[in-house]
Design a protein around this ligand. Structure first.
Ligand SMILES: [Zn+2]
Length: 348
């Protein structure tokens, strides 16, 4: 039963309890879908009535993409999928564990020759003290400004003895960042990319150690946001995107209403370029994730997350979060879309 009280990670409503949370989420999503349908109906039948009666809940139309004739970027999705498999094969990778340590080495081993930095500290939690380590790799660009991509690599501490291996939740985010590094490395050591600097951050301690609250969650991201606020880095960030649970074979990225609308629209426009838009924003709602400490400090953020993992999200924080639920195609959809988003940001 402990699991039942510790599974709420990505939402702010954990204190309400799992049942209420589910009902609340269902209501929200139903409302979003229903209002979308209502608006769509209004266009063809009685637009005037729809206008006066329907609240303006439809997401604004995506920002028109600048004409872009550059070839679409492509990740190597088979390689990204293989990374996910290897990361998952370590087993549970919760903070402070041996497997976590092994994964740290695995990540750093894939960044040989790159500009790697650590943001390491000790987190004081309700379950005791834990070593926390954000791993940062920097790809400098010719333009003044930074695009940051975060993805957590820890798995759920309260599920450490349940057989939970987090193929999607922890595995896919770790893997896609490794593949982004391959794509961004490009020109070789010392050569700047043509655009903004891109920093990838494997965040640690995203998961709550007991139950999701403002203080029991996103340990690594909170530390990093505070540090970057102090040293002036935050002011240079043009956009920050979080990758989380993006491997689900039935890919359905939610439109996170905590995100910056213009950035969400840009991601949608990038998805459209690849013909991937049907996998984006059919649902919307506020999401709690690694971006929150940055949102709270005024950084333009977007959480790229699929929280519809299995029927009624049953695979989420469950021992069923395994490789057979994932697809390399989903990594490709998200990977290509985010690389294209970076490209579009570079043009701005
Ligand atoms: Zn999680």
């Amino acid at each position: 039963m402990k699991r039942a009280t510790t599974t709420k990670v990505c939402f702010p409503w954990a204190p309400l309890g799992p049942l209420w949370l589910k009902i609340f989420v269902m209501l929200l999503l139903t409302f979003a879908v229903a209002s979308t349908i209502a608006c769509a109906k209004g266009i063809s039948s009685s637009a005037a009535t729809a206008k006066s009666e329907s609240p303006p809940t439809m997401p604004p139309p995506p920002e028109a993409a600048a004409p872009d004739n550059a070839p679409l970027p492509h990740i190597d999705s088979k390689r990204a999928f293989q990374y996910t498999r290897e990361v998952t094969a370590f087993g549970p990778r919760y903070m402070g564990s041996e497997n976590h340590k092994k994964l740290e080495h695995y990540i750093v081993d894939h960044l040989k020759g790159d500009q790697v930095e650590d943001d390491a500290f000790t987190a004081d939690t309700v379950e005791g003290k834990f070593p926390v380590r954000n791993i940062i790799v920097k790809f400098p660009g010719t333009k003044d400004g930074i695009i940051v991509i975060l993805g957590h690599y820890d798995t759920v501490y309260p599920l450490r003895n349940s057989g939970f291996v987090g193929a999607n939740d922890g595995g896919s985010s770790t893997a896609i960042l490794l593949e982004y590094a391959n794509q961004l490395r490009g020109g070789g050591a010392g050569k700047k990319r043509d655009g903004y600097s891109v920093w990838l951050v494997w965040t640690d301690g995203e998961e709550a150690v007991r139950q999701w609250t403002n203080t029991d969650s996103v340990y690594g991201a909170r530390h990093l946001a505070e540090k970057w606020e102090k040293d002036g880095t935050l002011k240079k960030i043009k956009a920050l995107m979080v990758m989380d649970m993006i491997g689900d074979a039935d890919l359905d990225i939610v439109r996170d209403t905590k995100g910056a609308p213009w950035l969400l629209d840009l991601i949608y426009a990038a998805a459209e370029r690849g013909g991937y838009q049907s996998h984006f924003y059919a649902q919307q709602g506020p999401i709690e994730d690694d971006h929150v400490p940055f949102v709270n400090r005024g950084v333009p953020c977007a959480d790229v997350i699929d929280l519809d993992y299995g029927y009624n999200n049953v695979f989420w924080h469950s021992p069923q979060d395994t490789m057979d639920k994932l697809s390399s195609k989903s990594l490709e959809i998200v990977g290509d879309t985010i690389l294209e988003t970076i490209h579009m940001l570079d043009q701005r």
